[in-house]
Design a protein around this ligand. Structure first.
Ligand SMILES: NC(=O)c1ccc[n+]([C@@H]2O[C@H](COP(=O)([O-])OP(=O)(O)OC[C@H]3O[C@@H](n4cnc5c(N)ncnc54)[C@H](O)[C@@H]3O)[C@@H](O)[C@H]2O)c1
Length: 437
């Protein structure tokens, strides 16, 4: 079903990620929805978004401070809110939007703790509003093919999943430069980042997590590790620091007019520094994590996330009663220090445009069968474009991740965090009952 009526969208959290939605609503998806308002704690960043609106030939939209969110919903008769704020604030905005009678698209993770999860579930039950979680990786064509093959029984009943994800020295490092580095903001990478990956596994094998054991540590980034490995440089932040010039881990905001406008020129309002030294103090998240999950189907997952790898991509193997499906995905085969023609901003992760994948089905007693799938263009292997088409075009494609999917992905991460803290396996039911959190 394809609806063509225009919905009235507001965006809360007008940082980097939100630009994708601002561009979509003022460009390719203009016929589906109209952007009617922006909301953020930082007026400078909202003005950057309004410049995107103006470049699309439209009038600027009203920009509301964060404490006027409820007023914005009423004054602008908002139908749907797109939440792109710092992770730990998602739940407040999701609940307030639902209570107002609006639907929500929230960036992942849906929230960062059990309290937020409970509040979202109760608000949803009370209001009947719809919450969609921006798990764009589901929309990547290769990932859709993996799901189809498993659903068609290509490997039989799934016994286990092995999943290793590598973030490289630029992308991985980026989580250690800003708010993500504080677990209170992001829930750590098992919530912030792995929620994508745990959602994919839940979706691929049609299962929910029951028990989780995890072990992780901060091994590479941070003050002490940087010194121990001989990679630390002595400065607080990249911008304006002579010592950052020769450091391949430093982000240089001034190299980019976009980053300068969004962050450097917005700092005077809230002191948000986007370019802290990844080998500086104050990091409370892990960069190397192993997780074992038992699902309600009986399937097992062994998962590993590394945030300091020399290349970026992932390896997946799904082994079942009739065979094994293997996916090798290379997003960057090497990480280059310093500026390049494609990526002139020193320290910034480059857009992933040369992704290659190899999907192989190995049935019992048979020769390996290579499965051709075209990797899509644009962000996240085509996932972003396809997700926007589905979400803003309101397609009934059966993929749209909802609040329950957001919750199941989050629960794996929260149980993993609880397990890392206690050293023991954590049952999701116990976590929800307030035991073992
Ligand atoms: N799905 C993906 O692939 C993907 C990619 C990048 C980011 N994200 C998600 O998007 C969200 C934003 O990430 P980002 O990289 O754009 O971060 P960012 O730091 O660039 O932007 C965050 C914005 O939130 C604003 N903000 C902070 N606290 C607020 C509050 N209490 N009320 C209103 N606004 C507030 C900040 O001023 C800033 O403008 C995160 O949840 C992140 O997980 C998802």
């Amino acid at each position: 079903m394809n609806h063509t009526t225009q919905r009235r969208y507001a965006i809360v959290g007008t940082g980097s990620r939100a630009r994708m939605y601002t561009r979509a609503l003022t460009g390719a998806h203009r016929r589906h929805g109209v952007l009617v308002a922006l909301c953020d704690t930082n007026a400078t960043r909202m003005a950057v978004h309004n410049r995107i609106v103006a470049e699309a030939g439209l009038d600027p939209v009203p920009a509301y401070p964060a404490d006027a969110f409820a007023r914005m919903l009423t004054e602008q008769a908002v139908d749907e809110v797109i939440v792109c704020t710092v992770d730990h604030t998602h739940a407040d905005y999701i609940v307030a939007a639902l209570e107002h009678g609006a639907d929500v698209v929230t960036e992942k993770p849906m929230t960062t703790d059990l309290d937020g999860l409970g509040r979202i579930e109760r608000a949803r039950e009370r209001t009947g509003g719809r919450v969609t979680v921006g798990f764009n990786y589901r929309y990547n064509p290769v990932h859709r093919r993996v799901r189809e093959l498993i659903a068609q029984g290509a490997v039989g009943e799934v016994g286990s999943v092995h999943f290793e994800w590598m973030l490289d020295l630029r992308h991985g490092a980026d989580y250690f430069r800003r708010w993500h580095r504080d677990k209170a903001n992001s829930g750590g990478l098992l919530v912030h980042k792995a929620s994508h990956h745990f959602d994919l596994v839940n979706w691929w094998i049609g299962a929910r997590p029951e028990e989780v054991y995890a072990s992780g540590r901060l091994f590479f980034y941070g003050e002490e590790n940087g010194r121990r490995h001989g990679v630390a440089a002595d400065y607080e932040r990249g911008h304006g620091a002579a010592a950052a010039d020769a450091d391949p881990f430093a982000l240089h905001l001034a190299d980019s007019p976009d980053l300068s406008a969004l962050y450097l020129e917005a700092e005077h309002e809230d002191g948000y520094r986007r370019d802290l030294n990844v080998f500086g103090p104050g990091i409370t998240i892990e960069d190397d994590m192993s997780v074992l999950v038992r699902y309600d189907t009986g399937a097992r997952l062994s998962y590993h996330l590394t945030a300091y790898a020399p290349w970026e991509g992932y390896r997946l193997a799904v082994t079942g009663s009739r065979g094994r499906l293997e996916l090798d995905m290379v997003e960057f085969d090497r990480t280059v220090a310093g500026p390049t023609e494609e990526n002139p901003v020193r320290g910034m992760p480059a857009p992933k445009e040369d992704t290659t994948s190899r999907l192989v089905l190995r049935r019992h007693w048979s020769a390996p069968e290579e499965i051709e799938v075209e990797v899509g263009g644009g962000g996240h292997g085509g996932g972003d474009t396809a997700m926007l088409d589905a979400l803003l075009g309101r397609l009934d494609d059966g993929i749209r991740p909802d609040h329950a999917d957001g919750g199941n992905a989050l629960l794996t991460g929260l149980a993993a965090n609880a397990s890392m803290a206690s050293g023991a396996p954590v049952r999701v039911a116990d976590l929800l009952a307030g035991k073992g959190a």
